[in-house]
Design a protein around this ligand. Structure first.
Ligand SMILES: [Zn+2]
Length: 256
């Protein structure tokens, strides 16, 4: 479901980690994957805002490192995360599973389980925004630390089924890094070359390359094109199923 565009503001920490901030209630905001607390507190204090919710995509420290301190600072804050990972996440106020909806004021936050990077990974779909954590990046996808290639491909397909006008807000600024791989794979792809130029310009200006639209990623992200014969051909696996093509692509990216 996509409605009015959501105003989302990034806080960049640890070189390439994004904490995404979104307005929720009057004078309150939510933080997605606060890997650190201090920059979030400074952000909220500067704007005279409270923290209403923390949305956690998965258990890795660079996504949850700030949760406990933020909870102490904002005792009313509701921490939301995957029920599958309660044993390795900070204490959750709301443990969610695939298909759940978290209501925050007028917002409806839809939970989509995306196992692959980790088994308990979830993404959050709010209005026209998808907070993809380490499942989907611009020009890339997360490493398979726990799940199988087939699981991750299935997870990506779930995201691909959402409205193409959706904007993707990943957990990391990996665009240029990923573009290096894409250029090796498809040096002649004009859409990739155009995105490279634009993304380099944004980084030079100290701006994020994100969000990107789902339509944009479907055009250039090879991990979202594993079902296409041209991609199977490119990785030397013609006529193979998409998850096999995906597995090969992921291996190639790991070796880079
Ligand atoms: Zn991770």
């Amino acid at each position: 479901m996509s409605g009015t565009p959501l105003t989302v503001t990034p806080i960049l920490v640890r070189q390439d980690n994004y904490i995404w901030m979104l307005p929720t209630l009057p004078r309150a905001m939510a933080a997605v994957d606060p890997g650190e607390a201090d920059p979030v507190i400074a952000f909220l204090v500067e704007r005279g805002m409270q923290l209403s919710h923390i949305l956690i995509t998965h258990h890795h420290t660079d996504h949850i490192g700030g949760v406990e301190v933020l909870r102490q600072r904002y005792p009313g804050c509701i921490v939301v995360g995957s029920a599958a990972d309660v044993h390795r996440l900070p204490t959750l106020d709301q443990a969610v599973i695939d298909g759940d909806t978290v209501g925050i004021g007028d917002l409806r936050v839809q939970v989509i389980a995306t196992p692959g990077h980790t088994l308990g990974h979830v993404v959050y779909h709010v209005a026209d925004a998808i907070f993809t954590g380490d499942t989907l990046f611009s020009c890339g996808c997360g490493r398979l630390f726990e799940g199988s290639a087939a699981q991750m491909w299935h997870s990506l397909q779930r995201l691909m089924a959402l409205s193409e006008t959706c904007r993707i807000f990943p957990g990391h600024e990996y665009t240029l890094l990923n573009l290096g791989f894409l250029l090796e794979l498809e040096p002649e792809n004009q859409a990739i070359l155009a995105w490279l130029e634009l993304a380099q310009g944004l980084i030079r200006q100290g701006k994020p390359t994100l969000p990107v639209s789902l339509a944009h990623e479907k055009k250039i992200n090879p991990f979202l094109r594993c079902h296409l014969p041209a991609m199977a051909q490119k990785v030397g696996l013609p006529d193979q199923p998409a998850e096999v093509v995906f597995a090969r692509l992921r291996e190639m990216r790991n070796r880079m």
